[in-house]
Write a protein that binds this ligand. Sequence first.
Ligand code: ADP
Length: 223
Amino acid sequence: MLEARNIHKFYGGTGKDIHVLRGLDITVEEGAFVAIVGPSGAGKSTLLQILGGLDMPSKGEVRFEGSDMYSLGDAALSRIRNKRIGFVFQFYHLLPEFSALENVLMPARVAPGDARGRKDARIKAEALLDGVGLKERARHFPSQLSGGERQRLAIARALINEPTLLLCDEPTGNLDSETGNEIMALIRRVNAETKMKVVLVTHNRELAGAAQRVYQLKDGVLN
Ligand code: ADP
């Protein structure tokens, strides 16, 4: 379970602080698919970063599968981010100089010399590419892929370490509506097949309808 309690986030220090999140609470049960909608600037990315262990809240607690995330040390928190949380972003964040297969493998980098581990990871990466419909694109570079294909690749990469939480920040924001619908269907399928928790933020209320539960982020809290 993922649980955030009384989350506050201030930005500033210039005397004109922005109070983005104002005592926000959220609970994401095992296997749940939650969407959070809100206009640009509402604090959606800020919230996702806090839930993903990337940005400490100014106040409040995030409990991830039993641990109080931000009271763990840096090493333990990085391990959680790498092994248990997958991230998908609007602009894919792929590495342009690496092939599709290498991009998927990147988070699974294993110790040099561990041939068995490398082979297993490769087999898994190929299966993931197949699962997102990119089997024939394994050797292509991101620049040779369409927007929808890049996002499918980013989703495969997010899954390589078998995370228990998938965080998606405007995953369809750069795509036309048909491709956006395909990406949402893929995320829903991943959620159904793997039972991993999914939290997705978007300004697109219609697309958010693919989730089981939709919250609105307004005035720094969820409704
Ligand atoms: P959304 O994802 O809903 O568009 P964000 O979480 O990106 O919203 O931003 C919420 C508000 O916080 C905005 O007013 C934004 O300008 C501000 N903000 C976000 N990140 C920072 C930062 N690192 N420093 C200062 N202000 C920030």
